[in-house]
Design a protein around this ligand. Structure first.
Ligand SMILES: [Zn+2]
Length: 332
């Protein structure tokens, strides 16, 4: 199953090649052009035939958060650097898997309740090695690792897995490409690298493509669990139309167009105002002296963890909204 394969493929920031290969295999017959750029972004083009067509860049990122080995201790434990927004609390007692296949469990040198979420330097990885030389035989400094979080279907048409941020966005782009034969606008579907460490791939791809409109398809928080109700989006509430986050204020015209597109196509939607975090929309917005930008967000529980949850009804609404939106005639 494609979504399962997407989430279970290794793709920590900077090491997205496996994800890129899987995506190319699944879309090469559905696009007019396809290339992989210097940094590893997969850039595809679906040509439109509209009289007043625009260049639209739609982007989802291929990378996931993870770790990089920094040091091997005399006892054979590993100290790690975080790659992206990793919390020590969320990581503690979870399993990770290195790119070379070696597994490990995350421990902490102090009581976990006593440390801050940012204290990654207090974590260590136990790969079961007894001595430094045993660990060195299996792992080198610089080896990247991702969380272990198997794909599982849950009640209410929900799924859980690692790396749903943002393989669920990649899935939405792939399914949109597969279901739409004709396009009104020229649409670049971009699968970006290194979003989690500073929107790197989207920044370079946008400066190359110089789009008229940029749309990021990425997760947003779901604020509907007992501990966390201070936000707008909820699971099962439909496709979330981004209005503002920490990195972008979406173009007012695009936000209104997106909402009216959802209404006229009877697609379930909600507005997305996110107090923390940001997506590739922020990078596109600031490129090329300014690009009108927006976002389609997937409400997600436990985002930067090994066990995120999304609702497939929301995901299908996002596919419908993206398919309809990129085929609209824009006046901007
Ligand atoms: Zn993301």
């Amino acid at each position: 199953m494609l979504l399962e394969e997407l989430t279970q493929t290794f793709g920590v920031s900077g090491y997205e090649k496996g994800v890129a290969e899987l995506i190319v295999k699944n879309i090469q017959n559905n696009v007019d052009e396809i290339r992989t750029d210097t940094l590893g972004n997969v850039i595809t083009l679906k040509k439109g035939n509209g009289d007043c067509k625009k260049n639209i860049m739609v982007v989802s990122h291929m990378d996931e958060i993870g770790f990089s080995v920094m040091k091997i201790t005399d006892e054979g434990f590993l100290k790690v650097k975080k790659m992206g927004g990793i919390s020590a609390h969320t990581s503690y007692m979870n399993r990770i898997r290195f790119k070379n296949g070696v597994g490990g469990v995350i421990g902490c040198s102090e009581k976990i309740e006593k440390i801050e979420a940012a204290d990654i330097h207090k974590l260590y990885v136990d790969i079961g090695a007894g001595f430094k030389k045993d660990a060195e035989a299996l792992i080198k400094v610089g080896e990247p690792a991702c969380y272990v979080g198997e794909y599982q279907r849950l009640a209410g048409n929900c799924v859980t897995a690692k790396a749903l941020d943002d393989r669920i966005g990649c899935y939405i782009l792939i399914e949109t490409l597969r279901k739409s034969a004709k396009f009104y606008n020229d649409v670049y579907f971009v699968f970006s690298v290194q979003e989690e460490v500073g929107l790197v791939g989207a920044t370079t791809a946008s400066s190359r493509l110089n789009p008229d409109i940029g749309i990021a398809v990425d997760i947003t928080g779901a604020f509907d669990t007992p501990d966390n109700r201070d936000g707008s989006a909820v699971l099962g509430g439909g496709a979330a139309i981004k209005v503002v986050d920490n990195l972008v204020i979406c173009d007012e015209y695009l936000v209104a167009e997106m909402a009216s597109c959802a209404q006229s196509n009877h697609i379930a939607y909600q507005m997305d105002v996110l107090a923390g975090g940001g997506t590739d929309a922020g990078a596109i917005n600031k490129s090329n002296y300014g690009v009108k930008s927006g976002g389609i967000s997937i409400p997600t529980r436990y985002g930067h963890s090994p066990h995120a949850i999304v609702n497939m009804d929301d995901v299908n609404a996002c596919i419908e909204l993206l398919s309809a939106f990129v085929n609209r005639e824009f006046s901007c």
